[in-house]
Design a binder for this molecule. Structure first.
Ligand code: CP
Length: 335
């Protein structure tokens, strides 16, 4: 069966451990010829800085070719619904796009954020699943309703600083942001921290900000398997207390999904969730990180971002090493 990197659920802990080991080797020895005759299509339906740069650079460092496409901008818009009369904006159907790209390239990577209208629709992740269905090459998720590439970089960073991560306290804290953002990184953070046996706490203002049950269940089940704990908290001081690693992310309340005005009336009450030095002082000398981009003095203060315990830049760097390791693994390549 074709191997993809759509999420980390379908990869075992030991496979992920192997990726992180390879990533650490690549950090010290970045250049190889493994992808000398390989090419990758990177499809961005949404903007990116880190993902685009790290994928394009990483493929180049392994001797391959990356082709960037932005459907609807520099490439034709794509229709994803099966069996429709295509009299809208899209010029071609995913069936042809996936089939044609499969004849040109060895893998297709896709960034396709939710539409922010109907969560029951968006949670099905139809865009990337359509690529899986209609392409005949490996598909890589560059962020949809999960962000598995960020997961790898996050865990590489955590392990570097905490060493043994089993039963260390991982705090995922919701933060305010002026817009209702994607839940992908938050879903992913719960998934990877629990998969590696950390004691996971999810801190959010109230039950309206809970993540989709699917990801709460993944965290709960992973913790059961690993003998660790999964806690949901709405108490800032209690959640930060004794944390070993603090990870911040903002997301829109799923209860008000598709209704940003109502959601904003709720969200604006919780600006005090910003990560600051007082909160970090409650921790067990925790490291702090964020996937970036981050609005300073909205999600975290300047003092936190400029502190020696902030490892967000290192996590961003680790995107490069971990993605290279993941792509090598998809093709069974060793270095
Ligand atoms: N963290 C992350 O994916 O960054 P970009 O949106 O810049 O790619």
């Amino acid at each position: 069966m074709q191997k993809h990197f759509i999420n980390t659920e379908n990869w075992s802990k030991s496979e992920l451990e192997d990726l992180l080991t390879t990533a650490n080797t690549l950090k010290n020895h970045p250049f190889h010829h493994s992808f000398k005759n390989k090419s990758f299509a990177l499809l961005f339906f949404n903007p990116s800085m880190r993902t685009r740069t790290s994928f394009e650079l990483g493929i180049s460092q392994l001797g391959g070719t990356a082709i960037i496409l932005q459907p609807g901008k520099d490439a034709w818009g794509i229709e994803f619904e099966p069996g429709v009369v295509m009299n809208g904006d899209a010029e071609e159907h995913i069936q042809e796009v996936a089939a044609v790209l499969s004849t040109y390239v060895d893998a297709i990577a896709v960034r396709a954020f939710p539409q922010f209208k109907n969560w029951q629709e968006d949670r099905q992740d139809k865009v990337i699943n359509a690529f899986v269905k209609y392409a005949s090459v490996p598909i890589i998720n560059m962020e949809t309703v999960v962000h598995p590439c960020q997961e790898l970089a996050l865990m590489m960073t955590i392990k570097k600083h905490l060493g043994v991560v089993q039963n260390k306290k991982f705090l995922l804290t919701w933060t305010y942001h002026p817009k209702p953002l994607n839940t992908a990184v938050a879903n992913s953070a719960l998934s990877i921290a629990s998969k590696f046996g950390m004691d996971v706490t999810l801190l959010c203002p109230n039950k309206n900000y809970l993540l989709d049950k699917k990801y709460l269940d993944i965290a709960q089940q992973n913790c059961q398997v690993e003998g660790s704990s999964f806690t949901i908290s709405h108490d800032i001081d209690e959640a930060y207390k004794d944390a070993d690693f603090v990870y911040a992310k903002s997301w829109g309340a799923l209860r008000f999904y598709g209704d940003p005005q109502s959601e904003f009336k709720q969200r604006r009450k919780h600006q005090h969730f910003m990560v600051d030095q007082q909160k970090m002082a409650l921790t067990n000398q925790a490291k702090f990180s964020h996937c970036l981009p981050l609005r300073r003095n909205i999600k975290a203060t300047d003092a936190v971002m400029d502190s020696d315990y902030c490892v967000a830049i290192e996590e961003a760097e680790n995107r490069l090493h971990t993605q290279k390791a993941m792509m090598l693994s998809l093709f069974g390549e060793k270095i």
